[in-house]
Design a binder for this molecule. Structure first.
Ligand code: NAD
Length: 361
């Protein structure tokens, strides 16, 4: 198969973890005889430094042309007080919108060998295996009117949480499709006791769910969900939620896995004429300026993102399973970076990447 992948390493540890993800992607392509074409582009602070904008037109063009995009992370402290359109994170939001990737998929698994790294008691976390499906291009992060007006006692700020029926339907279908290949249960999260927006969300989810009679649907208020994620995370299979609730809940979910460095994500849009899903794949973590350039970042979130790319954008399930099982075996071997608190000397970022390739064979 021909795999055309755009690589946007970004800032901070983005370059380090992406290098290992690409190493694994090359290894998989070689082993299964796929023709891999890699293109590199600029996004985030590195793009601002070189071109003056966080999302250069050339990067947007390359992303639209590629079958899939692999991203590292964006953001540097020097831009913390920059105007919104000159911030690295604006590049990422712009890219998501440009590609129309409306569903963010975040698998959260408790790996047996990492139970000790979770801040929760082992018996609570053990067996956790869920995927959070977050709507990514609508809701309060994009709604208008928005802004701050007035001054003194008259100063006020407004944001708008808005969803249309089609926006809810398409992400709901994505969640139900995923549940069909898993334990066949969707938990839809809302705040329908207070927000009209959530009332529409719940109604449209119920109507769309009728297309999937084999899948169980339950509803949960977002405040209860925040509690259940730490009380009984095993109860969840597919968690479906709007943009802001998903942003918050998925970081809470991240803690269950032991380290944020472990978590992959996939942002998916519609299918291309080839049948592949449009996809943007990136680890959940940020650019971690505190450890950047030290070869000690955990690359497994980035490597897991490669597995997600192989599965969702290319339909290569065996290759994806091989990468995921290599992650499990490397974790069991104890060859892990410092964030996972190994007993012996921590492994470096590139040692973990090499170990994954060796485990794939
Ligand atoms: P962060 O995820 O970069 O770091 C949080 C903590 O986790 C740090 O202590 C860091 O060292 C650690 N950490 C993160 N990834 C790790 C890894 N792979 N291995 C080991 N340890 C890891 O979050 P932050 O510090 O809040 O943000 C730093 C910058 O990243 C900011 O500019 C922020 O805007 C940006 N950011 C970008 C993204 C993205 O590109 N998707 C996401 C979150 C934050």
């Amino acid at each position: 198969m021909k795999l055309q992948v755009l690589v946007l390493a970004g800032d901070g540890i983005g370059g380090e973890v992406t290098r290992e993800a690409v190493r694994v992607l090359r290894h998989v392509a070689g082993k299964w005889n796929h023709t891999l074409t890699l293109t590199e582009g600029l996004l985030g602070a590195v793009a601002i430094h070189k071109t003056g904008t966080p999302l250069p037109d050339e990067t947007a063009r390359l992303a639209e042309a590629a079958d899939a995009t692999l991203m590292g992370a964006v953001g540097l402290p020097e831009f913390d007080n920059a105007p919104p359109d000159k911030r690295p994170e604006r590049g990422l939001l712009g890219l998501r919108q440009k590609l129309g990737v409306y569903a963010n998929l975040r698998p959260v698994r408790a790996y047996p060998s990492l139970l000790g790294s979770s801040p929760l008691k082992n018996d609570r976390v053990e067996g956790t295996d869920m995927i959070i499906v977050r709507e990514l291009t609508g809701g309060i992060y994009y709604g208008t009117p928005r802004g701050i007006s007035g001054s003194g006692a008259e100063e006020r700020a407004v944001n708008t949480m808005t969803y249309s029926r089609p926006e809810i339907e398409r992400v709901t279908r994505m969640a139900f499709h995923l549940a069909g290949g898993r334990r066949k249960k969707v938990t839809s999260i809302d705040k329908s006791n207070v927000l009209e927006n959530s009332q529409l969300w719940r109604r449209v989810v119920i109507e769309t769910a009728r297309e999937f009679p084999a899948i169980e649907l339950e509803h949960m208020l977002v405040d209860n969900c925040a509690m259940q994620l730490v009380l009984n995370p095993r109860r969840f299979d597919v968690v479906l939620t709007e943009n802001m609730f998903g942003d918050i809940l998925s970081d809470e979910g991240a803690v269950l896995a032991g380290s944020i460095g472990m978590l992959p994500s996939a942002s998916i849009g519609d299918r291309k004429p080839s049948g592949a899903w449009v996809g943007l794949y990136e680890p959940v973590h940020g650019s971690a300026p505190d450890i950047a350039g030290q070869n000690k970042a955990n690359p497994l979130g980035a490597v897991g993102s490669v597995a997600a790319m192989l599965e969702y954008s290319f339909g290569l399930k065996d290759e994806a399973a091989a990468v995921n099982s290599a992650i499990e075996r490397v974790l069991q071997s104890g060859k892990v970076t410092a964030d996972l608190q190994p007993r012996g000397k921590p492994a470096t970022t590139d040692e973990v990447g090499e170990a994954i390739c060796a485990a794939i064979g």
